[in-house]
Design a protein around this ligand. Structure first.
Ligand SMILES: [Zn+2]
Length: 128
């Protein structure tokens, strides 16, 4: 992707009654409408996959829980309470908590990992 693709007049939605353009942005191919079954949105499975990938760039990335320094202007604050817990997947991230001490941050991260990490399928569920 180099961004050289021009935006030349978005195609009108009603060009023909029996076909519509592919729902993937930039795809010029029409979707051949199947007389039976659900109407398709994309001209090909590849377009459907690509569109999903563009909308969810990090869907295949693992969900990570990170404990990190809050690198914001923390001068003058006690260095023991500038940790944050962050949830990350690819380029997307969400800060769960800031201003934690390291033990608290580690504890919270462990709890979150326990929640989001599915147990191994081969292992029988633990009874707590
Ligand atoms: Zn297409």
């Amino acid at each position: 992707m180099t961004g050289s693709r021009g935006h030349d007049g978005v195609s009108s939605p009603r060009e023909a009654s029996s076909s519509r353009s592919c729902a993937r942005p930039g795809c010029p191919h029409p979707v051949i409408r199947n007389p039976v079954g659900r109407p398709r949105l994309y001209c090909s499975p590849a377009c459907r996959t690509e569109t999903y990938r563009l909308a969810h760039p990090a869907a295949h990335e693992p969900l990570l829980v990170e404990v990190d320094h809050g690198s914001t202007s923390s001068r003058g604050r006690p260095t023991g309470h500038i940790w944050l817990v962050r949830l990350r997947r690819g380029q997307q991230q969400a800060v769960i908590a800031v201003g934690l001490g390291r033990p608290s941050a580690d504890h919270l991260a462990t709890q979150i990992r326990d929640v989001i990490t599915p147990p191994p399928l081969a292992t029988p569920a633990k009874i707590r």
